[in-house]
Write a protein that binds this ligand. Structure first.
Ligand code: ATP
Ligand code: MG
Length: 773
């Protein structure tokens, strides 16, 4: 047996060596699930399984590339090349290129990104004469997307009165028609949106048993990472493909399921054992990534969730530093703190920029952090947000390139038909759209047959339209014998795009021109890189495929030493020595949008668990008292999640004052030196009789189990008038309750409170907002 097996512990080795048949690895963060998947593939290949017969589905293409690299070092490069590995979208886009023709798609179909979809939906709404304030295109797109991910086709939609009624109730009775038109138009344009890549794969595998058999036979071993986040559509594909050989290996962690808003369904994990016979279930418990403090703190957070599988994650790593909590007055100060702290750590611990990550709940939080990092000259990179490929000038070039491959592509055509300007106005385009809809053809086909149609377009404009078609055709001829770079460079010049931005002369214009040059560099790199890939030629089709499915995460330049800034969602599966989680505030994290139900709140908590478990050596949690949101400075309140970490694992860098709320903008950093006259003290409401409520059986049982604890003398302290044992208090979220015990002092002071509604909780007074009743 090969050496690499020794790089696994016993618990990890078992699933790696597991013979045929279904298996599932359910384990906490950092316990080596991804490593197991990688090594299992290498092991299968060593056992003689043909790399051609293995399919691995990962969360990002970058993860797939890294796995492939690791496997290549074990089994050799040439073998590893044949593996089908990547995200669901990229793998099934490839499959649809081979067999999508059975569904009537050309093999060179275009992939519409979200922006393309939204633009198309917006124009359909306009053409249908609907009120755009009621039919908001983004919401409509969202709705259509969720239908597709639940496999609700247009036909299924119109057969389901409940769905139609729901849309009618939401004042959008014509949503079904928009859906219908959207699907027709995409089809006519030879385009699939992201959701189609899964929906059409399902359709293909269901309608064409011979295609299903072909791929079942090809993918005899299927492996899925981050299985907890597969949605229904993805789940069905995996189920269908693995049905024959049942060699399916999934790894995941229910505690890290964070995509239910996109239709991911945690029951996929729970039902796995029901779906397959004789499932072997493996558990891993040892975390190799993080310090004891981080692992334990993360465990204490997730313990607050009711819905979870029992797990015991531990580590033999060092204790490490306590989790540092920092409070600042404004978000700008929060940014300065993070930048300063990174700067210091780099100096003291000889770390690289790439050892640091700043994670946030929403993209808009990055700005303050960016400003501060720039001031300190710390290079950073933002993942997500507006990616390079979504910039206007880049999309313009890509639109021309897309038209070469698929001239029916409606969104690409509309984008560049008059850019750079060539005298083709909106009225003309509208006429073309009407004609295209009338004849059931694409706009390009209409343009290519102008002489046979009578569209009431004047001769001058007709000539311009014909010139455009001729230009695209000349590119198509060139495409036959050129690689993607040669062609793209020619297109950028010939269409006048480069010149357009150059003659603009403004700094923005120059920057755009440079971006196009950057794109061309990227294409050149791509073409070079493809030389190493089996069956690849560096063609334009390959490049466009790569771009359409690239996430920003995938475009990381490896020798680029930068601090990583990203949302927590994007950070899943990654690890960094130092992690800053910023904006630990109520309504931000947990998000105000996600606090309506327990399950939403639990998903936010899992998100926090994911965030914290990215850290290897040290985690920092920061919050601010004031934050600019929606253009206004608002009072912020510390996140409830801060209270939930068992306090022995945290260290507060900025003392917080007990039981008080402050007016904003006063300096509260130095405990004891606060100007009390500026405090807004919560006044005890005298005369309110404490409401008496008997604890229920469950609560009584818990009460009896309570260990007697050493408590500080139950006398009122200076800053806590009324916070004494026996006092009735009100908590902003848990409601009313009675103080059972008080222990600790200063920063560590906490109260054990029996809440009328929610049982007994121990709260750190520095976070808990308690009002004495
Ligand atoms: P996540 O839930 O965050 O996706 P995971 O369970 O997939 O985590 P991995 O990323 O596979 O965990 O492993 C976490 C880290 O621990 C990695 O750096 C990995 O190389 C390391 N690791 C895993 N197993 C071992 C082992 N047996 N010996 C040494 N290091 C290990
Ligand atoms: Mg992993």
């Amino acid at each position: 047996m090969s050496d690499f097996i020794d790089e696994l512990n016993d618990a990890q080795r078992a699933p790696v060596l597991h013979k045929d048949g279904p298996l599932m690895v359910i384990a906490g963060a950092g316990s080596g699930k991804t490593r197991v998947l990688t090594y299992r593939i290498a092991h299968l290949m060593e056992q003689g399984v043909d790399s051609f017969n293995i399919l691995a589905l990962t969360f990002t293409n970058k993860a797939a590339r890294e796995m492939k690299k690791r496997i290549a070092t074990i089994v050799g490069n040439s073998e590893a090349k044949n593996l089908w590995m990547g995200t669901f979208h990229s793998v099934f886009a490839k499959l649809l290129r081979f067999d999508g023709d059975k569904l009537g798609y050309p093999s060179n179909f275009t992939i519409y990104d979200t922006q393309d979809s939204q633009r198309l939906i917006a124009s359909i709404i306009k053409e249908m004469g609907l009120d755009k304030d009621i039919y908001k295109y983004k919401q409509v797109q969202n709705r259509i997307s969720s239908y597709k991910n639940s496999l609700i086709t247009v036909k299924a939609y119109f057969q389901n009165p409940e769905l139609m009624e729901a849309d009618a109730m939401a004042k959008r009775p014509r949503l079904g028609e928009i859906y219908q038109n959207y699907v027709d138009r995409c089809f006519k344009a030879g385009a699939m949106d992201f959701d189609d890549l899964l929906l059409r794969t399902n359709e293909l595998l269901t309608r064409f048993p011979e295609v299903l058999m072909k791929y079942q036979d090809r993918f005899r071993y299927i492996l899925v990472d981050e299985y907890q986040d597969t949605n229904h559509s993805q789940y069905l594909i995996v189920k269908a493909l693995s049905d024959r050989y049942q060699n399916i290996c999934v790894v995941g962690d229910d505690a890290q399921s964070i995509y239910s808003f996109r239709g991911a369904n945690i029951s996929n994990i729970l039902n796995f054992q029901r779906d397959y016979d004789d499932v072997a279930v493996y558990r891993l418990e040892q975390n190799y990534r993080s310090t004891k403090n981080i692992v334990n703190a993360a465990n204490s957070i997730i313990a607050n969730n009711k819905n979870q599988l029992e797990k015991n994650v531990w580590t033999s790593n060092d204790d490490g530093g306590l989790i540092k909590i920092h409070r600042s007055v404004t978000d700008a100060e929060e940014g300065r703190y993070v930048a300063g702290s990174i700067f210091e750590s780099k100096m003291q611990n000889q770390m690289q920029n790439g050892d640091f990550a700043v994670l946030y709940r929403t993209n808009s939080q990055s700005r303050a952090i960016e400003d501060a990092l720039r001031k300190r000259d710390i290079p950073y990179r933002i993942y997500g947000g507006l990616s390079f490929y979504q910039r206007k000038e880049i999309k313009d070039v890509l639109a021309y390139l897309r038209l070469i491959i698929n001239p029916k592509d409606e969104e690409a055509l509309k984008r560049v038909i008059n850019f750079p300007t060539r005298g083709i106005g909106q009225t003309t385009v509208d006429k073309l759209v009407v004609a295209a809809n009338h004849y059931g053809r694409s706009i390009y086909e209409v343009m290519d047959n102008l002489d046979k149609l009578n569209l009431n377009i004047n001769a001058g404009t007709q000539r311009k339209l014909t010139d455009f078609v001729t230009m695209i055709k000349s590119f198509q001829i060139m495409n036959e014998g050129s690689d993607a770079f040669t062609l793209a460079e020619h297109v950028a010049k010939k269409t006048g795009l480069l010149l357009e931005f150059k003659k603009d002369g403004t700094p923005e214009g120059i920057a755009k021109m440079e971006n196009i040059e950057e794109l061309l560099n990227g294409i050149k790199d791509f073409v070079e890189g493809q030389k190493e890939v089996a069956d690849a030629t560096g063609s334009l089709t390959e490049f466009l495929e790569d771009v359409a499915l690239a996430t920003d995460m995938d475009k990381e330049v490896e020798d680029d030493d930068r601090v990583a800034l990203m949302t927590i969602h994007l950070a899943k599966g990654l690890e960094f020595p130092y992690v800053y989680i910023v904006g630990m505030e109520e309504d931000l994290f947990p998000s105000a949008m996600s606090m309506n139900t327990r399950s939403e709140l639990e998903e936010e908590r899992r998100l926090f668990y994911v965030a914290l478990t990215r850290a290897e050596k040290q985690a920092f949690l920061t919050y601010t008292q004031n934050r600019y949101r929606w253009g206004k400075l608002i009072d912020a309140e510390p996140s409830r999640f801060l209270e939930e970490i068992e306090e022995q694992y945290v260290e507060n860098l900025t003392p917080v004052n007990d039981g008080y709320r402050y007016k904003s903008m006063i300096n509260k950093d130095i405990f004891g030196e606060v100007d009390k006259s500026k405090l807004r003290q919560v006044k005890p409401k005298n005369g309110t009789p404490p409401s008496v409520q008997k604890p229920n059986e469950n609560q009584l049982r818990k009460l009896r189990k309570l260990k007697p604890e050493i408590s500080s003398p139950a006398k009122p302290m200076d800053l806590d008038p009324g916070l004494v044992i026996g006092a009735r208090v009100n908590h902003t979220r848990f409601g009313r309750g009675k103080i059972l015990n008080i222990e600790g002092a200063g920063n560590d002071k906490k109260a054990e409170i029996h809440f009328d509604q929610g049982g007994i909780k121990k709260l750190l007074l520095r976070f808990a907002k308690l009002e004495v009743l």
